[in-house]
Design a protein around this ligand. Structure first.
Ligand code: ZN
Length: 370
C-alpha cells in the first residue's frame, strides 16, 4: 500500500484538504453501503421486509451439474498429462482463450458496458467466442451483469454474498433467483441489445448454436481430425476447458472479493487512491464501467483483453474506445468535493470532457494509456 499512498500524495501534492474531504466522502459511502448490506431486504417502495421475496433456493440441476463438471474437469488434468496429444492441448488452449475473450471483450466490455463500438465482423466473431464459453446467451449474461452493477452488494445483486469469495464465486451461481430478482431483471434496460441483430440472432438460435459450437466441435475435432483419444476429447477439450472458462467468467462478478477495496474483506486504505492510480479493479470498474481498459482480473491497461481490443481498434474494427486519463480522474474527484455531487457523476462528467480532448488514436499511444 505504500506505493499507492506515495502515488496519491505526489499526484495530489498541495491538496490535502481535497484528500481529507474525499476520505470523509468515502467513509460516508462505505457506511451507506453497510446500511444497504445489512437489512437490505427491505422491499423498495413497500417499506416492509420480506424474506420470501429475497429467498434463493438451491438450483439442484445446477448443483449436480457443477459437481459433475468439477469431477470430470479435475480428472481432465490427469488425462492432460497422460493421454493427450500436443495438438489437442493447443486446441483446448485456443478454445479456452476464445471463450474467455467472448465473455470479457464481448459480453462484458462491449455489450454490457459499451466501452467501445465494434464492426459487424468483430461482433459476429465475439458472439461466436461467447457461445464457446457456454454461459448462456449474450442477452441473458448482460442482463444479469447490469443488474449486478445496479444492485451491487445488496441482496438483489444476483452474485451477492455477505460472507466470502467462495459464496460469491460458486454458491450465488448455483441458486435460483429470488422472486424480487426475477422482477428486477425485467426492468433492466436492454433496448441497445435488442437493436443489435447479431445479439438477437444468438439469443434466438442459442440452443442450436450451443450444442454445435460448445459441445460437438471440441469433442469431435480431436477424434476426427487428428485421431486423439476419446478421453482427451471428453475430459480435456470439453470438461477441463469448460471448468476453466466457467470459473474465469464467474470471477468477473466475484473479483471484488479478491482485488477489491473493502475493509471487511481485505486490509487496505480507506481513501480514493485506487481511482488515481487505477488499482483495485473492482472499485474502479464499478465507478467507471465505461473504461475499456478496466481489466477483469485485477489489472488496468494490460492483459490480453485490452490488447485484443486495441489490436482490433488498430485495424479499424473497434472504434470509440472509452477511457479516462489520470488527470481527468483527479479533476472528477475535485469536482465531487467542490460541488458535493455524487463521485460517480463527477467522474463521468470529467471522463466525457476528457474523451473529447483525447487524440483520436489514443489507444495506440502508450503515454496516454494510463
Ligand atoms: Zn462490469
Amino acid at each position: 500500500m505504500a506505493d499507492h499512498n506515495d502515488n496519491f500524495t505526489s499526484a495530489t501534492s498541495g491538496s490535502t484538504v481535497v484528500e481529507e474531504k474525499i476520505v470523509q466522502k468515502t467513509t460516508t459511502k462505505t457506511d451507506d453501503a453497510k446500511h444497504r448490506e445489512e437489512p437490505a431486504t427491505t422491499a423498495e417502495g413497500s417499506g416492509t421486509t420480506s424474506s420470501r421475496d429475497t429467498k434463493r433456493e438451491a438450483s439442484w440441476p445446477s448443483v449436480l451439474f457443477y459437481i459433475h463438471l468439477n469431477i470430470l474437469g479435475v480428472y481432465g488434468i490427469f488425462v492432460l498429462f497422460t493421454h493427450t496429444s500436443l495438438i489437442t492441448v493447443v486446441f483446448t488452449f485456443l478454445l479456452t482463450l476464445c471463450g474467455i475473450l467472448g465473455v470479457t471483450a464481448g459480453a462484458h466490455r462491449l455489450w454490457a458496458h459499451r466501452t467501445y463500438e465494434a464492426s459487424p465482423f468483430l461482433r459476429f466473431m465475439l458472439m461466436t467466442f461467447q457461445t464457446l464459453a457456454g454461459q448462456g446467451s449474450i442477452y441473458d449474461w448482460v442482463r444479469m451483469h447490469r443488474l449486478h452493477h445496479e444492485k451491487f452488494r445488496t441482496v438483489d445483486d444476483p452474485y451477492y454474498s455477505d460472507k466470502d469469495f467462495l459464496h460469491a464465486q460458486v454458491f450465488a451461481n448455483i441458486r435460483q433467483l429470488s422472486e424480487r430478482q426475477e422482477k428486477l431483471l425485467q426492468t433492466v434496460d436492454m433496448s441497445d441489445l435488442e437493436a443489435d441483430s447479431i445479439v438477437m440472432f444468438q439469443k434466438r438460435f442459442y440452443w442450436f448454436l450451443y450444442p454445435i459450437l460448445f459441445v460437438l466441435l471440441p469433442i469431435n475435432a480431436p477424434l476426427e481430425y487428428w485421431g486423439d483419444t476419446v478421453q482427451a476429447a471428453i475430459f480435456v477439450a470439453f470438461s477441463l476447458r469448460y471448468l476453466i472458462v466457467l470459473n474465469v467468467s464467474w470471477l468477473i462478478n466475484s473479483a471484488h472479493f479478491v482485488w477489491g477495496l473493502d475493509k471487511n474483506h481485505k486490509q487496505s486504505d480507506s481513501n480514493m487512491v485506487f481511482l488515481v492510480n487505477k488499482s483495485y479493479w473492482p472499485q474502479y470498474h464499478y465507478l467507471l464501467p465505461f473504461d475499456y481498459q478496466s481489466g477483469e482480473f485485477g489489472s488496468y491497461g494490460s492483459g490480453c483483453t485490452t490488447a485484443f481490443i486495441r489490436v482490433f481498434a488498430a485495424v479499424g474494427m473497434a472504434t470509440k474506445l472509452q477511457t479516462m486519463t489520470t488527470e481527468a480522474v483527479k479533476r472528477g474527484l475535485t469536482m465531487a468535493v467542490d460541488t458535493g455531487k455524487p463521485i460517480a457523476d463527477c467522474l463521468k462528467q470529467a471522463g466525457i470532457e476528457d474523451m473529447s480532448n483525447l487524440k483520436r488514436e489514443h489507444y495506440l499511444q502508450n503515454d496516454r494509456l494510463h
